[in-house]
Ligand binder design. Structure first.
Ligand code: URA
Length: 216
């Protein structure tokens, strides 16, 4: 059986709305941050739908017993924000996954070669292969950063089939690369754009997500 990259663009009015706000060059940083928080929330909501492990039990309501389903606390769930811009999606993701551990990964692209390099790695040495990993990275441009993040995760024991990624905009180039490097991934994005410019920015995209989040 061939494994194929799965890319979801949830047809949700709130996701469309906040994507429009984030793309608009006139949106000031404070509102841009709100848009990213909301996109983090709604994309996480979509991403965990059939992914968060649950456990079935029986509980007593004030009137009778009834079946109930809870999140299974025994399966570890972690969120990996890719610094800087992945921090902008973290609040929204963490609101839905309050018990998840957060492991920061700082990855920067060389402005000329666009090669990714890792300057901060807070991942533990080993992760249980059952661990569910949610990566937050707003802009999937060349796919180099995501591939590097996946290399770091899988070398510590993570099963790539347990990884989901939330992104605000994904470029064709990134999806093409990831369909080769990690085809078992599931990506949840608010939009897919065709083009990258010479500096590796997504067009139309939304500009530099880190700069717009932090007002730099
Ligand atoms: N990173 C960004 O912040 N924006 C892009 O368009 C591409 C990478």
């Amino acid at each position: 059986m061939t494994v194929q990259l799965r890319v979801y663009v949830p047809p949700h009015p709130l996701i469309k709305h906040w994507l429009g706000v984030a793309r608009d060059a006139g949106t000031p940083p404070a509102l841009f941050r709100s848009a990213m928080t909301e996109l983090g929330r709604w994309l996480t909501y979509e991403a965990v739908r059939d992914w968060l492990p649950t456990t079935d039990t029986t509980i007593e309501t004030p009137l009778a017993s009834c079946p109930a389903t809870f999140i299974n606390p025994e399966v570890p769930v972690v969120v990996v924000p890719i610094l800087r811009a992945g921090l902008a999606l973290l609040d929204g993701a963490q609101a839905l996954l309050p018990l998840a551990s957060i492991y920061h990964l700082g990855i920067v692209r060389n402005e000329e070669t666009l090669e990714a390099s890792c300057y901060l790695n807070k991942l533990p040495e080993r992760l249980n292969p059952e661990t569910k990993v949610l990566i937050t990275d707003p802009m999937l441009a060349t796919g180099g950063t995501t591939t590097m993040a996946m290399d770091e995760l899988t070398s510590r024991g993570v099963d790539p089939a347990n990884v989901r990624i939330i992104a605000v905009v994904a470029a064709h180039a990134a999806l093409q690369k990831l369909s080769v490097t990690y085809p078992m991934l599931n990506i949840f994005t608010a939009g897919i754009d065709e083009t990258l410019n010479d500096q590796g920015y997504i067009v139309p995209g939304l500009g530099d997500a880190g700069d717009r989040t932090f007002g730099t």
